[in-house]
Design a binder for this molecule. Sequence first.
Ligand SMILES: *Cc1c(COP(=O)(O)O)cnc(C)c1O
Length: 398
Amino acid sequence: MLTEELMQGAQKYLMDTYTRYPLALARGQGTRVYDVEGREYLDFLAGVAVNVLGHCHPKVTQALQQQALRLVHTSNLFYTEPQVKLARTLADHSFADKVFFSNSGAEANEAAIKLARRWAHTKDGAGRFEIVSMLNSFHGRTLATLTATGQEKVQQGFEPLPEGFPHVPFNDVDALASAVSAKTAAVLVEPVQGEGGVRVATPAFLQACRDITKERGALLIFDEVQTGIGRTGRLFAYEHFGVIPDIMTLAKGLGCGMPIGACLATDEVATVFTPGSHGSTLGGNPLACAAALAVLEVILEDMDILGHCTEMGEYFMKGLKDLQGRCPVITDVQGLGLMIGIEVTMDARELVHDLRKRGILINATSERKLRFVPPLIVTHAEIDRVVTTLGDVIEARR
Ligand SMILES: *Cc1c(COP(=O)(O)O)cnc(C)c1O
């Protein structure tokens, strides 16, 4: 089917929850995707920070093919090798000891919120239940996670929202100190905010999150759904800050496109989940776990991917800052590794549109903010092309 037909079909048959670009994609390879008419695009959105190894990485595709021939799904009433191996690999390479698998980021956060509440109830009784999160955060679209999300636009029309989700301004240590009390079960924070516009936490703020929660008997949850799995140049973003949470959630990059999420925790915290306290029929199925295991094997065995991500991230940031020097419409450039955002004084969505017409895919997280989250295998030449073309489209609109 051609783009036009697919757009009509979507309008007729799909619930209207997304503003889609007028673009129908048919295949992808590495950093490139191709539309149904065969046009090529350089993909600096990567399925919204998902395709960390690019599209159809040969090792991930091979793992999927082999597992699809063997066993796709069993439910969690049985043991499977890919799930145990994946949990062990995640535990071996993080602070965590134990893992719960879900199908998405929102579900991973839902598990984290339930785990924190159950831990707090077990320790201190029902009075300790609050999950303190940040303004402009994003944690998902289930009722609990959209309530934790610090953006009113995702909550409108879904009231009454669950109780016990106060918000504080990101990077504001004083506000955090006043919000965390004997009622707090956990503080939930993204080390680098993504969907709310790319903003990097200050090391002092994350350290304060750790110190204040510890002092007042609460847990610290890092939402690494977007920052995890190499995106920032380390396997997990918390490694940059030297701050260790009690719980961490993953999803986007984990399956490189296969739906899988994970909630990781220390042994001490994880023990409050017992048979029946949480579950997911499809969560951690062998196919999704085989893909995630292949992703981790590529990243861990080819250590250069993380080094490459750091180098490309610095090169990209420098390119964008140089461009900012020439284009005063760019008012801010920030990021960590290959998770980069810029703020502009013009309509960011028009710039996204202009770039797409020139064969480059990115997105706008708001009217004034653009986000760049390319696959970690991106090259100097591809970054040059994006920076140059961005300069051109800004110039053309002035
Ligand atoms: C995308 C995202 C989520 C939600 O993940 P879904 O898979 O869409 O449910 C949660 N937290 C953060 C930080 C995210 O970027």
